[in-house]
Design a protein around this ligand. Structure first.
Ligand SMILES: C[S@@+](CC[C@H](N)C(=O)[O-])C[C@H]1O[C@@H](n2cnc3c(N)ncnc32)[C@H](O)[C@@H]1O
Length: 265
Protein backbone atom coordinates (compact mmCIF):
# COMPACT_ATOMS: atom_id res chain seq x y z
CA UNK A 1 0.00 0.00 0.00
CA UNK A 2 1.41 3.43 -0.88
CA UNK A 3 0.99 6.60 1.21
CA UNK A 4 -1.90 7.88 -0.95
CA UNK A 5 -3.81 4.63 -0.40
CA UNK A 6 -3.06 4.81 3.33
CA UNK A 7 -4.51 8.36 3.47
CA UNK A 8 -7.87 6.93 2.36
CA UNK A 9 -8.17 4.41 5.23
CA UNK A 10 -11.01 5.69 7.42
CA UNK A 11 -10.46 3.63 10.57
CA UNK A 12 -7.81 5.59 12.49
CA UNK A 13 -6.23 2.59 14.23
CA UNK A 14 -5.89 0.75 10.90
CA UNK A 15 -4.44 3.87 9.33
CA UNK A 16 -1.76 4.19 12.04
CA UNK A 17 -0.75 0.53 11.51
CA UNK A 18 -0.55 1.10 7.76
CA UNK A 19 1.58 4.25 8.24
CA UNK A 20 4.13 2.14 10.16
CA UNK A 21 4.28 -0.36 7.29
CA UNK A 22 5.77 2.57 5.34
CA UNK A 23 7.83 4.29 8.07
CA UNK A 24 10.32 1.99 9.79
CA UNK A 25 10.00 2.91 13.47
CA UNK A 26 12.69 0.48 14.68
CA UNK A 27 15.49 2.44 12.99
CA UNK A 28 14.09 5.96 13.53
CA UNK A 29 16.37 6.90 16.42
CA UNK A 30 19.51 5.19 15.11
CA UNK A 31 21.58 8.07 13.70
CA UNK A 32 23.57 10.76 15.53
CA UNK A 33 21.03 13.36 14.34
CA UNK A 34 17.93 11.44 15.44
CA UNK A 35 19.57 10.40 18.74
CA UNK A 36 19.43 14.07 19.78
CA UNK A 37 15.68 13.63 20.35
CA UNK A 38 16.20 10.49 22.44
CA UNK A 39 19.10 11.83 24.52
CA UNK A 40 17.39 15.17 25.18
CA UNK A 41 14.18 13.44 26.25
CA UNK A 42 15.94 10.95 28.52
CA UNK A 43 17.87 13.83 30.15
CA UNK A 44 14.60 15.64 30.89
CA UNK A 45 12.92 12.53 32.32
CA UNK A 46 15.97 11.78 34.48
CA UNK A 47 15.67 15.20 36.12
CA UNK A 48 12.55 13.90 37.87
CA UNK A 49 13.20 10.16 38.08
CA UNK A 50 13.87 8.70 41.53
CA UNK A 51 14.64 5.09 42.51
CA UNK A 52 11.52 2.92 42.75
CA UNK A 53 9.36 5.08 40.51
CA UNK A 54 6.97 3.29 38.14
CA UNK A 55 6.95 4.35 34.49
CA UNK A 56 4.20 4.08 31.88
CA UNK A 57 5.29 4.43 28.23
CA UNK A 58 2.30 5.16 25.98
CA UNK A 59 2.78 4.76 22.25
CA UNK A 60 6.00 2.94 23.05
CA UNK A 61 6.90 2.27 19.42
CA UNK A 62 9.54 -0.44 19.24
CA UNK A 63 10.52 0.19 22.85
CA UNK A 64 13.48 2.59 22.83
CA UNK A 65 12.42 4.39 26.02
CA UNK A 66 10.81 1.38 27.73
CA UNK A 67 13.96 -0.69 27.28
CA UNK A 68 16.28 2.14 28.30
CA UNK A 69 14.48 2.75 31.59
CA UNK A 70 13.79 -0.91 32.39
CA UNK A 71 17.49 -1.68 31.85
CA UNK A 72 18.22 1.06 34.43
CA UNK A 73 16.17 -0.98 36.93
CA UNK A 74 12.80 0.77 36.71
CA UNK A 75 9.47 -1.06 36.54
CA UNK A 76 8.03 -0.11 33.13
CA UNK A 77 4.70 -0.74 31.40
CA UNK A 78 4.57 -0.16 27.64
CA UNK A 79 1.33 0.32 25.74
CA UNK A 80 1.44 0.39 21.97
CA UNK A 81 -1.27 0.43 19.31
CA UNK A 82 0.52 -1.35 16.47
CA UNK A 83 0.78 -5.14 16.82
CA UNK A 84 4.05 -5.32 14.87
CA UNK A 85 5.67 -2.88 17.31
CA UNK A 86 4.36 -4.79 20.36
CA UNK A 87 6.01 -7.96 19.01
CA UNK A 88 9.26 -6.08 18.36
CA UNK A 89 9.32 -4.93 22.00
CA UNK A 90 8.49 -8.42 23.28
CA UNK A 91 11.39 -9.86 21.26
CA UNK A 92 13.81 -7.53 23.07
CA UNK A 93 12.69 -8.29 26.65
CA UNK A 94 15.22 -10.21 28.73
CA UNK A 95 14.58 -11.94 32.06
CA UNK A 96 16.59 -9.42 34.08
CA UNK A 97 14.31 -6.44 33.37
CA UNK A 98 10.83 -5.51 34.56
CA UNK A 99 8.97 -4.58 31.39
CA UNK A 100 5.39 -5.57 30.56
CA UNK A 101 3.86 -4.76 27.17
CA UNK A 102 0.23 -4.47 26.12
CA UNK A 103 -1.34 -3.73 22.80
CA UNK A 104 -3.80 -0.89 23.35
CA UNK A 105 -5.00 2.59 22.54
CA UNK A 106 -3.97 5.55 24.72
CA UNK A 107 -7.53 6.88 24.66
CA UNK A 108 -8.71 3.90 26.71
CA UNK A 109 -6.48 2.81 29.58
CA UNK A 110 -9.28 1.07 31.48
CA UNK A 111 -6.94 -1.84 32.26
CA UNK A 112 -4.90 0.52 34.48
CA UNK A 113 -6.05 1.63 37.94
CA UNK A 114 -6.15 5.33 38.92
CA UNK A 115 -2.90 6.86 40.27
CA UNK A 116 -0.65 3.93 39.30
CA UNK A 117 2.40 5.63 37.73
CA UNK A 118 4.94 8.24 38.88
CA UNK A 119 6.19 9.03 35.38
CA UNK A 120 4.03 8.83 32.26
CA UNK A 121 5.60 9.18 28.82
CA UNK A 122 3.21 10.01 26.00
CA UNK A 123 5.56 10.10 23.00
CA UNK A 124 3.44 8.96 20.06
CA UNK A 125 -0.35 9.12 20.55
CA UNK A 126 -0.38 12.91 20.04
CA UNK A 127 1.49 12.41 16.74
CA UNK A 128 -1.56 10.53 15.46
CA UNK A 129 -4.81 11.39 17.27
CA UNK A 130 -6.63 13.74 14.89
CA UNK A 131 -9.80 14.70 16.76
CA UNK A 132 -9.50 17.26 19.56
CA UNK A 133 -11.84 15.17 21.76
CA UNK A 134 -9.52 12.15 21.37
CA UNK A 135 -6.46 14.23 22.28
CA UNK A 136 -8.25 15.47 25.41
CA UNK A 137 -9.38 11.93 26.28
CA UNK A 138 -5.80 10.69 25.95
CA UNK A 139 -4.48 13.45 28.24
CA UNK A 140 -7.33 12.77 30.70
CA UNK A 141 -6.34 9.10 30.80
CA UNK A 142 -2.68 10.04 31.36
CA UNK A 143 -3.79 12.26 34.24
CA UNK A 144 -6.03 9.57 35.72
CA UNK A 145 -3.34 6.87 35.84
CA UNK A 146 -0.73 9.30 37.23
CA UNK A 147 -0.05 9.60 40.97
CA UNK A 148 -0.69 13.00 42.60
CA UNK A 149 3.00 13.95 42.38
CA UNK A 150 3.62 12.39 38.97
CA UNK A 151 5.34 14.09 36.08
CA UNK A 152 3.64 13.64 32.71
CA UNK A 153 5.67 14.04 29.51
CA UNK A 154 3.92 14.83 26.23
CA UNK A 155 5.67 14.89 22.84
CA UNK A 156 4.30 16.74 19.82
CA UNK A 157 5.48 17.32 16.25
CA UNK A 158 5.85 21.04 15.60
CA UNK A 159 3.60 22.35 12.83
CA UNK A 160 5.73 25.42 12.15
CA UNK A 161 9.10 23.65 11.91
CA UNK A 162 7.79 20.86 9.70
CA UNK A 163 7.21 23.32 6.85
CA UNK A 164 10.89 24.30 6.90
CA UNK A 165 12.10 20.71 7.15
CA UNK A 166 9.83 19.40 4.38
CA UNK A 167 10.81 22.21 2.01
CA UNK A 168 14.53 22.21 2.76
CA UNK A 169 15.24 18.49 3.28
CA UNK A 170 12.74 16.50 1.25
CA UNK A 171 10.73 18.38 -1.39
CA UNK A 172 11.90 21.67 -2.93
CA UNK A 173 8.36 22.11 -4.34
CA UNK A 174 6.66 21.67 -0.94
CA UNK A 175 6.00 25.40 -0.50
CA UNK A 176 4.08 25.53 -3.82
CA UNK A 177 1.93 22.52 -2.95
CA UNK A 178 -1.31 22.00 -1.06
CA UNK A 179 -0.02 20.08 1.96
CA UNK A 180 -0.45 23.19 4.10
CA UNK A 181 -2.80 26.17 4.26
CA UNK A 182 -0.96 29.04 2.58
CA UNK A 183 -2.57 31.65 4.86
CA UNK A 184 -2.58 29.99 8.28
CA UNK A 185 0.44 27.70 7.61
CA UNK A 186 -1.46 24.79 9.22
CA UNK A 187 0.01 21.59 7.78
CA UNK A 188 -2.40 18.83 6.69
CA UNK A 189 -2.56 16.27 9.54
CA UNK A 190 -1.31 13.29 7.56
CA UNK A 191 0.66 11.02 7.95
CA UNK A 192 1.26 12.73 11.28
CA UNK A 193 -0.63 15.32 13.32
CA UNK A 194 1.06 18.67 13.81
CA UNK A 195 0.73 21.22 16.63
CA UNK A 196 1.97 24.77 17.12
CA UNK A 197 3.51 25.64 20.48
CA UNK A 198 0.26 27.45 21.37
CA UNK A 199 -1.83 24.39 20.37
CA UNK A 200 0.20 22.28 22.84
CA UNK A 201 -0.19 24.84 25.62
CA UNK A 202 -3.94 25.05 25.02
CA UNK A 203 -4.44 21.28 25.10
CA UNK A 204 -2.66 21.01 28.45
CA UNK A 205 -4.44 24.07 29.86
CA UNK A 206 -7.83 22.68 28.76
CA UNK A 207 -6.85 19.46 30.58
CA UNK A 208 -6.21 21.42 33.80
CA UNK A 209 -2.54 20.46 33.91
CA UNK A 210 0.28 22.73 35.06
CA UNK A 211 3.15 22.93 32.58
CA UNK A 212 6.51 22.75 34.35
CA UNK A 213 8.78 22.45 31.31
CA UNK A 214 8.77 23.20 27.59
CA UNK A 215 11.64 21.76 25.56
CA UNK A 216 12.79 22.06 21.92
CA UNK A 217 13.57 18.34 21.88
CA UNK A 218 15.57 17.93 18.69
CA UNK A 219 15.95 21.56 17.60
CA UNK A 220 17.43 21.84 14.11
CA UNK A 221 18.72 18.25 14.07
CA UNK A 222 16.59 17.00 11.17
CA UNK A 223 17.47 20.07 9.09
CA UNK A 224 21.17 19.65 9.87
CA UNK A 225 21.24 15.83 9.80
CA UNK A 226 23.89 15.60 7.06
CA UNK A 227 26.25 17.77 9.10
CA UNK A 228 25.52 16.14 12.48
CA UNK A 229 25.84 12.59 11.18
CA UNK A 230 29.44 13.11 10.05
CA UNK A 231 30.63 14.70 13.32
CA UNK A 232 33.24 12.77 15.24
CA UNK A 233 32.30 11.81 18.80
CA UNK A 234 34.00 14.82 20.39
CA UNK A 235 32.25 17.33 18.11
CA UNK A 236 28.95 15.49 18.53
CA UNK A 237 29.20 15.61 22.32
CA UNK A 238 29.95 19.35 22.14
CA UNK A 239 26.96 19.80 19.81
CA UNK A 240 24.78 17.91 22.28
CA UNK A 241 25.97 20.08 25.17
CA UNK A 242 25.21 23.22 23.18
CA UNK A 243 21.78 21.81 22.22
CA UNK A 244 21.02 21.01 25.89
CA UNK A 245 21.90 24.65 26.69
CA UNK A 246 19.58 25.98 23.95
CA UNK A 247 16.67 23.55 24.14
CA UNK A 248 14.97 25.02 27.22
CA UNK A 249 15.23 28.63 26.03
CA UNK A 250 11.80 29.91 24.97
CA UNK A 251 13.28 31.53 21.85
CA UNK A 252 14.32 28.09 20.51
CA UNK A 253 10.99 26.36 21.14
CA UNK A 254 9.38 26.98 17.76
CA UNK A 255 12.52 25.93 15.87
CA UNK A 256 12.36 22.25 16.70
CA UNK A 257 10.74 19.33 14.91
CA UNK A 258 9.66 17.75 18.18
CA UNK A 259 8.35 19.52 21.26
CA UNK A 260 8.37 18.09 24.76
CA UNK A 261 5.95 19.40 27.37
CA UNK A 262 6.36 18.35 30.99
CA UNK A 263 3.26 18.65 33.15
CA UNK A 264 1.98 17.99 36.64
CA UNK A 265 -1.44 17.95 38.33
C1 LIG B 1 6.82 7.93 16.14
S1 LIG B 1 6.42 6.56 17.13
C2 LIG B 1 7.25 6.99 18.65
C3 LIG B 1 7.66 5.78 19.43
C4 LIG B 1 8.38 6.07 20.75
N1 LIG B 1 7.45 6.50 21.77
C5 LIG B 1 9.44 7.10 20.56
O1 LIG B 1 9.25 8.25 20.98
O2 LIG B 1 10.47 6.79 19.97
C6 LIG B 1 4.72 6.78 17.60
C7 LIG B 1 4.13 5.52 18.20
O3 LIG B 1 2.88 5.83 18.82
C8 LIG B 1 1.98 4.76 18.55
N2 LIG B 1 0.61 5.27 18.69
C9 LIG B 1 -0.01 6.15 17.89
N3 LIG B 1 -1.25 6.40 18.33
C10 LIG B 1 -1.42 5.64 19.45
C11 LIG B 1 -2.49 5.47 20.37
N4 LIG B 1 -3.64 6.11 20.20
N5 LIG B 1 -2.32 4.64 21.40
C12 LIG B 1 -1.16 3.96 21.56
N6 LIG B 1 -0.10 4.08 20.72
C13 LIG B 1 -0.24 4.92 19.68
C14 LIG B 1 2.33 4.36 17.13
O4 LIG B 1 1.87 3.09 16.82
C15 LIG B 1 3.86 4.46 17.15
O5 LIG B 1 4.45 3.25 17.52
Amino acid sequence: MNIKEVSKIENEEEQVSAIYNIFNESSRLSTKATQVEFLTTVRQVEKYLKPGMKILDLGAGTGEYSLYFSKKGFEVTAIELVEKHVKQIEDKISKDISLEVFQGNAINLSMIKDKSYDIVLCFGPLYHLKKNEDKLTCIKEVKRVSTDNAKMFFAFISNDMVITTEAMCYDPNFLKGDEYNHETFKVVDFPFVFHTVDDCRKLLKDSNLEVCGEVATDGLSELLADKINVMDDESYNSWLNYHFYCCEKPEFLGASNHLLFIAEK
